[in-house]
Design a protein around this ligand. Structure first.
Ligand SMILES: [Zn+2]
Length: 283
């Protein structure tokens, strides 16, 4: 099977990468995580109040926040895993489309929101489902590591707020909750995690699909504005790079490694017309 990309299809692939399912996954994940973080903070304050510890200096030692809700970390990891594996599938279907195949991923198609539904369903027919055990495990382990960091940061942010209130002269649960509600922490922190994780999983899906389908070369694409990292401008200027080899930044693909927070870059494959590709179905 061979495929040739016209400029129009390249354009469409880049547009899908930037505006389609991925941003919807990001927004849904952000909303979900922010809601969970706020809920965790509220529960902690309610429990401190119930145990008359709200104004105790050693309240955090006597009642660690995580003891109030021991399932918090696992629930955050679960949300991250679910969103990341759907984002991986979204990256995979875009990669398949870029290679000239028509593909759909049922979980991506089911995303609520008109934009993702229209763009994804219009373009893809082949069914992709991430059933590969090693890749699922890799996504799960990353989700667990990020969840662990997220819980630590949430506990610290909550303790900071309560300490500030205590220093200002006594806390009531109502005042603590009002202050937490005014804070941007849950939304901005959840936003950073959601953007970084959905992007990383999406780009990983794209990359694995090239590798497993037989694409040999690809090039780095930035969105072209002045917020793009200098290293990523250099990556784009490099042109074609062999799939699996590092770009000048040292990254193998966008979303790879620590240079990826808030990154919006993507890649497009080089698909020579005579090349035989076997589209990967996620297994
Ligand atoms: Zn970038």
């Amino acid at each position: 099977m061979s495929a040739t990309l016209t400029d129009a299809r390249r354009e469409q692939a880049i547009r899908l990468a930037e505006n389609g399912a991925r941003s919807l996954i990001e927004r849904q994940l952000q909303a979900k995580l922010a809601q969970m973080i706020l809920g965790f903070q509220f529960n902690y304050i309610a429990e401190l109040e119930r145990q008359n510890l709200l104004n105790e200096p050693d309240a955090f030692e006597r009642l660690p926040a995580i003891l109030v809700d021991p399932t918090f970390e696992a629930r955050i990891a679960g949300e991250l895993y679910r969103a990341s594996s759907v984002a991986f599938e979204a990256g995979a279907v875009v990669a398949l489309h870029q290679m000239g195949f028509e593909a759909t991923a049922p979980r991506v198609s089911k995303l609520r929101g008109k934009r993702a539904r229209v763009e994804v369903l219009k373009a893809f027919k082949l069914k992709f489902r991430l059933t590969n055990g090693a890749i699922n495990l890799k996504i799960l382990e990353r989700a667990q590591a990020i969840a662990h960091q997220a819980v630590k940061a949430t506990v610290e942010a909550t303790q900071r707020t309560l300490k500030e209130l205590a220093l200002a002269g006594g806390i009531t649960a109502g005042a603590a909750i009002a202050k937490l509600k005014r804070q941007k922490f849950p939304t901005s922190f959840a936003g950073r995690i959601a953007e970084t994780e959905a992007h990383a999983a999406y780009e990983d899906g794209q990359h694995e699909t090239y590798k497993k389908s037989g694409v040999l070369y690809h090039s780095w694409i930035t969105v072209g504005d002045n917020r793009v990292r200098p290293w990523h401008v250099t990556n784009e200027a490099e042109g074609l790079v062999r799939v699996g080899d590092p770009f000048p930044s040292g990254q193998v693909h966008p979303g790879d490694g620590p240079l990826s927070v808030n990154c919006r870059c993507s890649v497009i494959p080089e698909v020579p017309s005579a090349l035989d590709l076997i589209p990967w179905d996620g297994g």
